[in-house]
Design a binder for this molecule. Structure first.
Ligand SMILES: Nc1ncnc2c1ncn2[C@@H]1O[C@H](COP(=O)(O)OP(=O)(O)OP(=O)(O)O)[C@@H](O)[C@H]1O
Ligand SMILES: [Mg+2]
Length: 357
């Protein structure tokens, strides 16, 4: 069996434009272009795993049928050793005439936003030089990193994260074809982890299926070394009810026993804050959002994870004291627990008050 068939993301990658889920506006405009028999240069942008590469390949399939490989040059901007390699390969590729009905060949350049602006300038000249018999499809996650002269030469297509219903329906279909059972909470867990990134969703499903033929939320979280949001809520709850030292133990348990990274904890924290499961005033929310992004930045910069996460917890305590903070517990009961000041925070506030006099 080929690798392609071992990987479900490849096995279930839609071949045709109509089989791509959602992205209706993109599909509509692309079909319009295809009807005219001509294509502009195009720029696809949007978050990971939502069908950008899939769409580029589907266009190639639409244009050239089974001969698509001969008419398509797939490049990855960040893999290649700079623009000179790209230039050489495009030059070589554009030398020969296209095969089939389309009067041009297709260059698909993935991760174009990873190119420096100098390289993008060179790319722009390249696009012009070979415009007579090639069309470029540039793919990026961040459109803001693409220089204006390229943006203005391309038809732009924005891809959005997949809607939950459509994504879950696709996962159900794959599970059924692969003969694995997924429970509703298993699907919810996969959604929680992937959030509209279909590649991540399918990969998670496959990883979980390798562990168990019945995929529950627990199986999902266990296989990907991810922590259930409930654990993070418990961490915050421990912090505000039982104090910093207890919360530190809980944090260590999450990080070292479950193997969850600080960044993942921050992500879940932010999501629960947005959802309102972690409830505070608007000011409190802003403060906590800023805090989470600040810590996230420091982790990216390579600061010590445990030190940063402990600082994170202590600052949450400060915000909870200032603005109040409630945790909505497990679904159904909707019971709201008021945050009590711990003796520790009381002491520090008192001290601060006296010193400011
Ligand atoms: N809109 C979609 N409809 C159906 N399947 C999808 C869709 N988007 C993604 N997938 C699935 O996820 C896999 C990855 O998608 P794709 O390679 O198109 O992502 P991408 O948008 O190019 O992401 P990246 O920015 O990371 O390159 C595909 O092989 C396919 O199985
Ligand atoms: Mg891609």
């Amino acid at each position: 069996m080929s690798l392609e068939h071992l990987l479900w993301v490849e096995k279930y990658r839609p071949r045709r434009i109509d089989d791509i889920i959602d992205q209706d506006e993109v599909k509509r405009r692309i079909k319009e272009f295809l009807k005219t028999g001509n294509l502009p240069h195009m720029l696809f942008y949007g978050p990971p795993g939502v069908g950008k590469t899939t769409m580029a390949l589907a266009i190639a399939y639409e244009l050239y049928g089974d001969a698509w490989r001969e008419n398509v040059l797939e490049l990855n901007a960040s893999d290649e050793r700079g623009i000179s390699v790209i230039r050489e390969r495009v030059k070589e590729f554009a030398r020969t005439a296209p095969m089939g009905k389309a009067p041009f060949k297709l260059v698909i350049l993935d991760e174009a936003d990873n190119m420096t602006s100098d390289a993008q300038q060179a790319l722009r000249r390249l696009m012009e030089m070979y415009a007579s018999n090639t069309r470029f499809i540039l793919i990026a996650n961040y459109v803001s990193r693409i220089i204006d002269p390229i943006q203005s030469r391309c038809a732009m297509f924005r891809f959005s994260p997949l809607p939950k219903d459509a994504a879950l329906a696709k996962l159900r279909e794959i599970a059924q074809k692969e003969g694995v059972e997924v429970t509703d909470d298993g699907l919810e867990a996969i959604w929680e982890i992937s959030q509209g990134d279909m590649r991540k969703a399918i990969n998670t499903l496959q990883a979980a299926a390798a562990v168990s033929k019945k995929i529950t939320a627990e199986v999902v979280y266990r296989t990907v070394g991810y922590v259930e949001p409930r654990e993070i809520l418990e961490l915050i709850s421990t912090l505000v009810h039982s104090g910093f030292m207890k919360a530190r133990d809980k944090l260590r348990q999450i990080m070292y026993e479950y193997g969850v990274s600080g960044k993942d904890i921050l992500k879940i924290f932010q999501r629960e804050l947005m959802k309102g499961t972690i409830e505070t005033t608007d000011e409190g929310k802003i403060e906590l959002m800023e805090l989470a992004s600040d810590i996230d930045y420091r982790l990216t910069e390579g600061c010590d994870e445990e030190v940063q996460m402990l600082a994170f917890l202590s600052k949450i305590q400060v915000t909870a004291k200032k603005h109040g903070l409630k945790i909505k517990t497990e679904e159904g009961t909707k019971e709201i627990k008021e945050v009590k000041e711990t003796t520790e925070t009381k002491k520090t506030t008192k001290r601060r008050k006296t010193s400011s006099k």
